[in-house]
Design a protein around this ligand. Structure first.
Ligand SMILES: Cc1ncc(C[n+]2csc(CCOP(=O)(O)OP(=O)(O)O)c2C)c(N)n1
Ligand SMILES: [Mg+2]
Length: 353
């Protein structure tokens, strides 16, 4: 295809990618993303709040010794998964790494089953044997939950390959982090995805840190939306704290992939408020840095403000949503803690031997 024709086919990016390091999540684009309808704003608010409250509860339960092993919270990044999910349809697939509770809830997986898995109970999605990083739901098209950094990228590419092979019009959303973006298997996947025009959206959740290492310290090219350049995979940066921007980019790009044009990269500029995992000394960033993002760019508070300013709902209506969410989370925690642990005989099931 001629270069000019290829260029003309690319959708217009919402956020500008200037190829330079951005020290904060403040978007450089002055353009406002398209507004959401009342129903969409309320949906986004409730979904993001569910993830936030669920994660806060998981953090508490970890502190009480009810959750063991690794546990990576998604607090701060909620707009990414909720905005992406608003743009996909039945049968589209989702795969991600270990920071996966938000993705599972956004996919519609049962909070009871997720919490029961976190607490290692028989009623969990992996019968209590997988824990935080290893949960799946064929029914909801959620393919994990992967503890090896970037391992989900070739798997997601494979899911997209299967879609192509079966000639269905499904798209696979493959999420990974800024740290994972430096792994070699990502680029092997990019090559094949472009070569075979696979329907995969690569969503890089750039929360600015890989464990305690900032992006600037570990990456030669910090504009991760350009990481597909040598494979001719288009990409763009998106304000990942604004669910409207995420949804708008997602709609264009999912459609791009669905129509057979091949892979696309969305770099989500986002931020995690909590430590990498539950045992993070947090010495690599200041409290002021965290507070500034939380105070000025919190994805949930921004939606809450818009809802009230635009008269979509009153404070009281929002309190009702908050109550509903709290009840769902409490119910999930009660269900989990009242569920039995797996029988010892389960050690010998669901394994290769
Ligand atoms: C192959 C591999 N190397 C190292 C690790 C240890 N490790 C776990 S998470 C992580 C950081 C990844 O950061 P990023 O991709 O930015 O994702 P985030 O945790 O920020 O969501 C590392 C190095 C691992 N799990 N797998
Ligand atoms: Mg990261």
């Amino acid at each position: 295809m001629a270069k000019a024709a290829r260029k003309a086919e690319k959708p217009t990016p919402v956020a500008v990618s200037a190829g330079r390091t951005r020290p904060t999540v403040v978007p450089t684009s002055k353009d406002h993303p398209p507004e959401l309808s009342r129903e969409e704003e309320l949906h986004a608010f409730e979904q993001m709040l569910l993830i936030r409250r669920f994660e806060e509860r998981a953090g508490q339960m970890y502190g009480m010794g009810l959750i063991g092993g690794f546990c990576h919270l998604y607090i701060g990044q909620e707009a990414v998964v909720v905005g992406m999910q608003m743009a996909i349809g039945d049968g589209d697939q989702v795969i991600t790494g270990y920071r996966d509770h938000g993705h599972m809830l956004a996919c519609g997986m049962d909070p009871r089953g997720v919490m029961a898995e976190l607490t290692g109970r028989r009623t969990g999605y992996s019968h209590g044997k997988g824990g935080s990083m290893h949960m799946f739901s064929r029914e909801k098209n959620f393919f994990g939950g992967h503890g090896i950094v970037a391992a989900q990228v070739p798997l997601g590419t494979g899911l997209a390959f299967a879609n192509r092979y079966r000639k269905n019009d499904r798209v696979c959303l493959t999420y990974f982090g800024d740290g994972a973006a430096n792994q070699g298997q990502v680029y092997e996947s990019f090559n094949m995805a472009k070569l075979w025009k696979l329907p995969v959206v690569y969503i890089i959740e750039n929360n600015r840190y890989a464990m305690g290492t900032s992006l600037n310290r570990a990456s030669a090219q910090t504009d991760l939306s350009r990481r597909g350049a040598s494979f001719d995979i288009p990409g763009e940066q998106v304000d990942g704290m604004d669910v409207r921007a995420v949804r708008a980019a997602a709609e264009r790009v999912v459609e791009w992939c669905r129509s057979g044009k091949g892979p696309y990269i969305l770099e989500m500029l986002t931020y995690r408020y909590r430590g990498h995992s539950m045992s993070d000394p947090a010495k690599y960033r200041t409290r002021e840095e965290v507070n500034k993002v939380r105070d000025e760019h919190d994805p949930i508070e921004m939606v809450r403000k818009r809802i009230v300013d635009r008269g979509f709902a009153s404070d009281d209506d929002l309190k009702q949503i908050e109550k509903r969410v709290r009840e769902v989370v409490t119910d999930a925690a009660d269900f989990a803690t009242n569920s039995p642990e797996p029988d010892a005989a389960e050690l010998w099931t669901d394994i290769y031997r």
